[in-house]
Design a protein around this ligand. Structure first.
Ligand code: G6P
Length: 613
């Protein structure tokens, strides 16, 4: 999983594409950041230059003073290692033997080992351990044979199997960038006197608002004034596929906050409102619910945060629609897809729409005839495109690697879906449905009030928790998925080991670890009449072992005995509690990361979009 970008320009319009390459690549850093590299055609000399190394983009740019160069066309790459350790030789771009062809790649070439053997026999000299390098040598091989680079490119594509977004520059055709897409995302950005390629939209937003989302199996090239796309040897008519994006660039930037993560936590009130408005003014939810109604088995899946949103759906579906739903972690799809048939519906939750585990789950269910509903934040991404119906969240681009705002917008979209299913099944009446939807309008307000009420206390709390190596986050019912999500956030960005459990289950093992000072966070969710007394018991059990006890709850939990710190997020019903309980947990994770000197936007070993199984 990596990010790629490419730009080609008419020097009379854009005298130097280097700033576009560097800036574009920096916005892709969330996709991986263990090495970076550039290949470009230098202004004037038309030489092909390559700089690459291990390290974050800024480090590589500074090391080679890349920004001091002038280029008419170039490609660049930020890497998250799959094949071969992160070092200079394994960093992209990869070159052919004569260093005339440079390739950047996101994905995995499955059959690279055989291809490499074949090429080595033919005398090609490999420099790296990567799967990608075979592409450069295949191109070289066929280009020698055919003496036509595009034909060589097509022959190369016929040989490689797997997932790829490729961008290629060839010294013999200095203003052209070749590309191909299969599974891994790739888009073309259309400019005036230039065209560009990238793995996502935000990285191109500073330069253009017009995009073509490439489909699997498409390949071709861009030149400053030309876009040429083919599929299976046939010309693809792309003009009607051009979409204009209205996101502002500011949306994709930090908006004055020190980190994207904080910005994204803080903008939850707004994006929840935007998602709400989008959902009430489209028929996405109705169309998806129709599909669920026709199914006799419903599954829901996702990875990481998206899986936790799936668990919230299970809760609301039981509450409002009395509908059993089977949730599973996307990478475990084999066990569950066996149960699927044409009467099955699968809901696939994925903010990026590109997570390979979720995509594979989708495909396994689809192969058995199941109907698929996608919940995604990225228009035109793979999961929505392969689904029967899609409900879009309207969170705007999320740059922080740890998901924050997309989680709550997923929860909102899934709550709409559960309510619609409830009314369609006759479990709730039409007027109850209308009232509940009306109440959901306050999701953003719940987040906003909770942020206001909790920010200060969280700042104090992190002073207390920063030395801890471990913590528990416990909840009951609706509090359980929210606890899982809170613990994931703390782990991801602060590297403190946080574990979530159903509070009742904590007696069956986890409590053995508790000793004086061990932090235990309890989530006080509604309904109080069912949960408060039980949670009170769990707090006392932990307190008796000397735990440091913290409550993050809705109004009514303030008087819990044995609590050292209580964060009262306001008076919220079951419908709105996720929007109030989640932000303090996100802030806790964020503040812990900052106080411990971690980079919350780019946690070590993680990537925003995981496109390898
Ligand atoms: C990665 C990210 C997580 C995210 C998960 C699923 O692991 O680091 O933050 O929750 O992928 O991503 P998706 O785009 O499918 O929601």
């Amino acid at each position: 999983m990596c990010g790629i970008v490419g730009v080609t320009a008419d020097p009379d319009q854009v005298p130097n594409v280097m700033p576009m390459l560097v800036q574009g690549l920096k916005r892709l850093e969330y996709r991986g950041y263990d090495s970076a590299g550039f290949a470009f055609i230098e202004c004037g000399s038309y030489n092909l230059k390559v700089f690459k190394n291990r390290g974050k983009i800024d480090e590589v740019v500074n090391q080679y003073m890349v920004s001091n160069y002038c280029a008419v066309a170039g490609i660049a790459h930020t890497r998250w290692a799959t094949h071969g350790e992160p070092n200079q030789v394994n960093a992209h771009p990869h070159l052919d033997c004569d260093s005339e062809i440079a390739v950047v790649h996101n994905g995995i070439i499955k059959n690279f080992a055989e291809l490499r053997e074949w090429l080595v026999e033919k005398g090609h000299q490999f420099r790296s351990d990567t799967d990608t390098e075979v592409v450069a040598h295949l191109l070289e091989h066929f280009n020698r044979e055919e003496n036509d680079f595009f034909t060589a490119f097509k022959k190369t594509l016929q040989m490689i199997e797997g997932a790829y977004a490729l961008a290629i520059i060839y010294r013999g055709e200095p203003s052209r960038i070749y590309f191909a897409r299969n599974v891994s995302p790739l888009l073309i950005g259309l400019g005036i006197g230039f065209n560009m390629l990238s793995s996502d939209i935000p990285s191109m937003l500073a330069y253009t608002r017009k995009f073509i989302v490439l489909n699997d199996g498409e390949y071709g090239y861009i030149e400053p004034y030309k876009v040429y796309i083919e599929r299976d040897g046939e010309l693809v008519e792309w003009r009607r596929r051009v979409t204009t994006i209205t996101w502002s660039l500011e949306d994709a930037e930090k908006g004055g906050y020190p980190h994207y993560m904080l910005k994204e936590i803080m903008e939850q009130p707004r994006v929840l409102y935007e998602t709400y408005t989008g959902l009430v003014s489209s028929n996405e939810v109705e169309k998806a619910a129709e599909l669920l109604l026709g199914a006799n088995k419903i599954f829901i899946t996702g990875a990481g945060t998206s899986y936790h949103a799936s668990l919230v759906f299970m809760y609301y579906s039981s509450l409002f629609a009395k509908e059993p739903v089977i949730p599973f972690i996307a990478s475990e799809y084999t066990t569950y897809s066996r149960l699927a048939d044409e009467n099955t519906a699968l809901i696939v939750v994925s903010q990026s729409g590109e997570t390979i585990d979720s995509l594979q789950a989708l495909r396994a269910f689809k192969n058995r005839g199941a109907k698929i509903i996608a919940i995604s934040n990225v228009i035109g991404s793979s999961i929505p495109r392969e689904s029967d119906r899609t409900i879009y969240t309207r969170a705007g681009p999320e740059i922080g690697v740890a998901a924050t705002k997309t989680f709550l917008t997923q929860v909102l979209a899934l709550t709409f879906l559960a309510l619609r299913l409830g009314v369609d099944k006759g479990i709730i009446t039409k007027s109850e449905y209308r009232e509940l939807i009306e109440r959901l309008k306050k999701a953003g307000e719940a987040a906003s009030i909770s942020i206001e009420k909790s920010s200060r206390i969280i700042e104090r709390l992190v002073m207390k928790l920063k030395e801890s190596r471990n913590m528990y986050i416990l909840g009951r019912e609706l509090g359980v998925p929210l606890a899982y999500e809170g613990a994931l956030k703390v782990k991801e960005v602060s590297y403190i080991h946080a574990e979530a459990y159903p509070a009742g289950e904590s007696k069956h093992g986890p409590i053995a670890l508790v000793e004086p000072g061990f932090p235990v966070v309890f989530l006080g969710t509604p309904p109080l009449e069912n949960l408060k007394e039980k949670l009170q018991g769990n707090v006392m059990e932990m307190k008796a072992r000397g735990a440091s006890t913290i409550i993050i709850g809705v109004k009514g939990y303030e008087d819990i005995r044995g609590a050292d710190i209580v964060i009262n997020t306001g008076e919220w019903s079951e419908l709105l509690a996720p929007y109030a309980i989640t932000p303090p947990l996100q802030l806790l994770a964020y503040r812990l990361a900052v106080i411990l000197g971690r980079d919350p936007d780019k946690p070590r070993n993680l990537a925003k979009t995981v496109t390898v199984e």
